[in-house]
Ligand binder design. Structure first.
Ligand SMILES: [Zn+2]
Length: 152
């Protein structure tokens, strides 16, 4: 999978990460399907990550509003514009999912209420040149997670 982060999304992420300092932050990714296995991030939410990742994911009240607004603005064309997955910051780790991250994402993709055929996990941090560094993992039901490509 190829995931493109347009400049406005990258700069929002860099700004939020810089402001958050050592605090972990995260949110959801909303995107557009632009070609075979190729997606562009069109909008994100930014939340402070409180407690466990699972607890953070359940902060749905903060997520439903922006998601609904995204669906309204894209005329409910779910085939093209949809929820893509989650992102969060990894300041002190490599940009690979932790075992908790893996477990949470696997639970999510296997949840019939989510009903997605894939979800992505984007891990981000600010690099030494104030650039955005990102790692992408793709989860599908009953399949092994694999690393996707991020371009900016
Ligand atoms: Zn993580």
């Amino acid at each position: 999978m190829q995931l493109h982060l347009p400049p406005d999304i990258s700069s929002r992420l860099i700004e939020a990460l810089t402001e958050a300092g050592r605090r972990e932050i995260g949110g959801i990714l909303m995107g557009e399907h632009v070609g075979p296995d190729t997606f562009v991030v069109r909008d994100i939410t930014i939340q402070r990550k409180g407690g466990t990742f699972a607890a953070f994911l359940r902060a749905v009240s903060e997520i439903l509003g922006p998601l609904r607004a995204f669906f309204d603005s894209t005329k409910h064309d779910y085939k093209k514009f949809n929820y893509l997955g989650e992102w969060h910051s990894h300041h002190s780790f490599q940009l690979h999912p932790s075992s908790t991250d893996h477990a949470t994402m696997c639970d999510m993709i296997m949840d019939p209420n989510v009903g997605a055929n894939f979800v992505v996990l984007l891990l981000v941090k600010v690099g030494s040149r104030q650039n955005l560094e990102a790692g992408l993992t793709v989860y599908q039901p009953n399949k092994r997670p694999y690393a996707g490509n991020v371009d900016m």
